[in-house]
Design a protein. Sequence first.
Length: 451
Amino acid sequence: MQKRYSKYLRPISYFFDIVAVLLLFPYFFKGSNVSYLFFGTYLFLAWTILSFFSKLYAVYRFTTPVQILTKVTVQFLLFLLVVISFFPFYKTSNFSGSAIALYSTALLCVVLIFKAFLFFYIKKYRLITGNNYRNTIIVGYTKEAIDLKNIFENRPDYGYHFKGFFSDKKENKNIIGKSDLIKDFCMSEKIDEIYCSLNEISNEKLKDLIFFTDQNKIELKFIPDTKAIFSKNLKVDYYELFPVLSLRKTPLDEPYIKAFKRVFDVVFSFFVITLLLSWLVPLMAILIKLESKGPIFFKQNRPGINESDFVCYKFRSMKINESTEMEASRNDPRVTKIGKFIRKTSIDELPQFFNVLLGDMSIVGPRPHLWSQNKIYASKIQKYMVRHYVKPGITGLAQVKGYRGEIETDDDMINRIKFDVFYIENWSLLMDVKIIFQTVINIFKGEEKAY
């Protein structure tokens, strides 16, 4: 068997974090008049319990850096709230916001540096030494099985050694043998994981394989028949002892995440409206009125969450016309001179922060399309209606990836929907923050399709 260190990684990571939690707080809370023993015990228990619920240490060889950052962010937000809540109940203590802020920042930096070092060191170690790899085979020879094999071979940092295919239904030079040879091969090659294609094995053989893997401590995992169906996050529910898979469970279905995203939207919008729109709206009103007659704001009905109708606000960038359901095109004669500038810099979208405060939109989400586009593409493009499971956004993943503006071909819309669905199914706070930052960068860089 190869050297194995995986079982030590989580205890080491947890131990290091706890040491950082306990060693840093006496330095930052010197004048807070707290019992170090009592406060230290409180922090120890808080970190331990919160890490269990946030799944901070549920990190695997296929876990991405973004997922790790998300786990750390959630852990620290919860831990910060718990630290703050200690002081009102400890009557003799002196509350210091600066001490809490400095302690939390220092702890966050230490933990992030350690986790980054551990993550990249382990991946480098696997590549250089070949240690801690897991021997794997695949039962079945399907397109999905071949795609998985390519991942194993193209990502050696994941730490998998692919040993071959087994199949009863197909013959190919890449197939080692039929399913009746699997057991002997697993024992002789010390196989750690078996990936099984569900449409290439009978129920009887599957039961036998499950019994064999249980007896020999081999992990058995399943490859779905199609990635298109199972690309979403799956959740297993039990009706008594009967398991049922839910396909449409995403992070944004969780009530506490919805509430958190809503609080973030409201706070962010409040600051933008107070610090930016408070002076920008009067300025834009003058510039728009000087060039053409008509209202300052352009109001248009758009489909929102669950296809509910709402009024979307923009700074008016066109002359008054009757073609409100026709999207802008390159060199569109309807666009005014000031309109070209505010469309290029996306300033025309800023009044939608009022839509966010009203609850019709979110800061980040799928952009709200025209009703006419909804009617055209809802039946033409698979998963199009998934984008209506969440509130539309001022900006979105599709927009920062370049899929914005005029829809010239069906592929433009298909690519936009792919990114919208990916965002909905893989939402994280870190992704929202990255999209916001990229949007700001794109505003200053300028975008080819912003016209």
